[in-house]
Each structure stands twice: as structure tokens, then as C-alpha cells.
Design a protein around this ligand. Structure first.
Ligand SMILES: [Zn+2]
Ligand SMILES: [Zn+2]
Length: 366
């Protein structure tokens, strides 16, 4: 008989393995070893530290892919750079391994793919996996995330996590240096920067949609208090409910920065990082996940969809639009919050998430 993994125990083993970005080597090995133990065919995704497990029934049918992320976050502890699982990805990996152990031998038609993805936090991992062809033939894709206590009551689950699109932006301002006693001979990059901040705070987008744009960094220093600074850097964080709205916001920010700078005779370079797309779930999958949650945990444990944050999971739907996708939240009482160094949660609730993965897979492949 196949060994059944317990995601609570697995999470406690995975927690100290915490690794960053694409370098999830030991975590990937842990996953490979566990999949091998239960007889699931698995391999690294290309030359990366992603892992793909496959259970093929050999009978025609759909392909379902379940995805967990594996990477941790960087912190400085006692002056040393340290990776800490402060976003719960150790819990996600553990849930998917438990689900795998419960699904072995029960896939009667079609194919199950189990994707363990690195580098979610750096928003690189999904695109690296996509390039290696993990989406080939996939009809249904489901992911999950543990949720902070503010989002979901402990022990409840929600059938959708409405991530927004996000896009960080760097604005480099080029003015003109001068002696501070002769400011009329220079172009003060701080004035230019404050004008840009004013302009972006007056951007107007449809008020029936959620979005935000705000400065998060501002540095200008030409070395002395009596020098008019020629250059400055302004960091901007942007969020939008949909990817389309984010594209509009990007254009507005570019226009605000360029026109504000031009008014002073300064120039700007406006650099946008990769746009992380917003959630774009298929409503029928969200409905199905709600049913799975009811069956697994009971009617009273189904919570409404929650929101917040971004996820590189949403690159998958863009790369394969014909695939149906969904993403559920697991209320494990994360405190004080995700990405906090001292983040903790009740990992005894992880088997609930594993059970939802199992239910969903069996609806299509059982
Ligand atoms: Zn995170
Ligand atoms: Zn996360």
C-alpha cells in the first residue's frame, strides 16, 4: 500500500530547508525523493530546480495540473542573510505532496501533473516553467495559498484569491547640478520628483475598479547640502484589479513623469519591471472549488473569495488561455502576516488544503 504523507509533518521538515528564488535545489530533491517513495514518475523541469510529477492513467481523458510554489524569502538575521519560509510555500509543497500520496492509484482516466515551482517570490518561476513546456496538454490548473488571519477565519477556505496585477516602476530624473547659491543655473531633481509625485497622485482611472499608485522610494543626493542635485530616483508601486487596467495605469504614470519633467527642462527614464498579471479565473472552476471545499470541510467552512497581493501563477493562464484555472485560499491563521520574518500559522490545518487538491483532481480524473 502506498504511504500516505501528512502535510503537517512534511511542512515541518521543509521549513528549515528554506531556499531562495530559482535555487530551490534541496527542496526539489526532497520533493523528488518523496514522489519516488510513493511511485510517482517525476523529474526536474529542464535544468531548473522545478519538479514535475506525472500520474498517467493511460486511459484517454483530461489533464489536470496542480501547482505548489517552493521558494522562501530573504531576511537579515544577526547581520547574516537568511532564507525564511515567511510566505508559507513550505506548506504548499507539503499539501501537494500529501495530495499526491492520496491520488496515487486513484487516477482512472486522463493524466495528473504535479508542478512544484521555484521563484514565485521573484515572479520568475512560472515563466521559466512555461518555457520548459509544463503546460503542454493541460486542461485544468489549480493552485492554492495559505491566507493571513485578516483574510480568512481559521479553519475556513475560500474558492478564489483575487490577486491584483502589480508592476514596480523606477523613475530616474536627470536635472542639472549647480551651486546652491545659484539655483537658477541648475534644475533641481527634487522639485522635479515632487512634481511627478503630485502628478501621479492626480491620475484618474475608472472609479468602479480597484487600483493604487504610490511612491515607495525617493533618493536624491549630490554629496553636499549646498549642491542643487542633478539626479534623483523615484520608486513607484502600482496595483490594479485587472491586467488591462494596469496597462492603462502604466501609460498614465509614464505620461505624468515625462510631462512633469519636461515642465522643468529635465529628462526622465521611466523603467517598468515585468507586469505581473491579475487573477483571471474561470468562474466554473471557482464554483467547482467551492463545492470541493464544502465536501471536504463542510458548508460552514466555505468563506467568500478574498483578495490581496500578487502571484506569478497568473502567467500560466496568459500562456495557455484555453486552459481553465482556479486558485483557492486556506485559512490557517497566518500571523502577524505574510512576508513577516516571524510569520507563523497552524500547520495542523494543511491537510484541509491537500484534501481540496485531491477532490478537485478526482472530479476530473477519478
Ligand atoms: Zn509571498
Ligand atoms: Zn506566497
Amino acid at each position: 500500500m502506498t504511504e500516505i504523507f501528512n502535510s503537517t509533518e512534511l511542512r515541518r521538515e521543509l521549513h528549515p530547508l528554506a531556499e531562495l528564488g530559482l535555487n530551490t535545489k534541496n527542496t526539489a530533491q526532497y520533493v523528488l525523493d518523496h514522489l519516488e517513495k510513493i511511485g510517482v514518475e517525476a523529474h526536474r523541469v529542464g535544468n531548473t530546480n522545478g519538479v514535475l510529477g506525472v500520474i498517467d492513467s493511460g486511459v484517454p481523458g483530461p489533464t489536470v495540473m496542480l501547482r505548489a510554489d517552493m521558494d522562501a524569502l530573504p531576511f537579515e538575521v544577526d547581520g547574516k542573510k537568511t532564507a525564511i519560509h515567511a510566505c508559507g510555500h513550505d506548506g504548499h509543497t507539503a499539501m501537494l505532496l500529501e495530495a499526491a500520496s492520496r491520488l496515487v492509484g486513484n487516477i482512472k482516466k486522463g493524466k495528473l501533473k504535479l508542478l512544484f515551482q521555484p521563484a514565485e517570490e521573484t515572479l520568475e518561476g512560472a515563466n521559466v516553467m512555461i518555457k520548459e513546456g509544463v503546460l503542454d496538454g493541460v486542461d485544468y490548473l489549480v493552485g492554492a495559498h495559505v491566507r493571513p488571519i485578516q483574510d480568512l477565519e481559521v479553519g475556513t477556505l475560500c474558492p478564489a484569491v483575487n490577486h491584483t496585477a502589480s508592476c514596480p516602476c523606477d523613475i530616474y530624473i536627470h536635472g542639472k547640478s549647480a551651486h546652491a547659491s545659484r539655483p537658477h543655473l541648475g534644475i533641481n531633481s527634487i522639485y522635479v520628483g515632487t512634481a511627478i509625485v503630485n502628478a501621479i497622485s492626480q491620475i484618474q482611472l475608472p472609479p468602479n475598479m480597484a487600483w493604487s499608485v504610490k511612491p515607495t522610494q525617493f533618493d536624491a543626493n549630490d554629496g553636499a547640502l549646498n549642491i542643487i542635485p542633478a539626479s534623483a530616483h523615484l520608486g513607484i508601486d502600482m496595483r490594479a484589479q485587472t491586467t488591462e487596467l494596469m496597462k492603462q495605469l502604466i501609460e498614465e504614470v509614464r505620461r505624468a513623469a515625462e510631462s512633469s519633467a519636461a515642465a522643468f527642462g529635465a529628462t526622465v527614464e521611466v523603467k517598468f519591471a515585468t507586469l505581473c498579471p491579475a487573477a483571471n479565473y474561470d468562474p466554473e472552476i471557482t464554483d467547482e472549488l467551492a463545492e470541493c471545499i464544502r465536501e471536504v470541510a463542510g458548508d460552514d467552512k466555505l468563506a467568500p473569495a478574498c483578495g490581496g497581493g500578487g502571484e506569478d501563477f497568473h502567467f500560466y493562464k496568459i500562456a495557455r488561455p484555453e486552459m481553465k484555472n482556479g486558485y483557492f485560499g486556506v485559512g490557517v491563521g497566518v500571523t502577524p502576516g505574510l512576508h513577516k520574518q516571524n510569520m507563523t500559522f497552524d500547520d495542523k490545518l494543511l491537510p484541509l488544503g491537500a484534501a481540496v487538491f485531491v477532490k478537485f483532481a478526482l472530479r476530473h480524473l477519478g
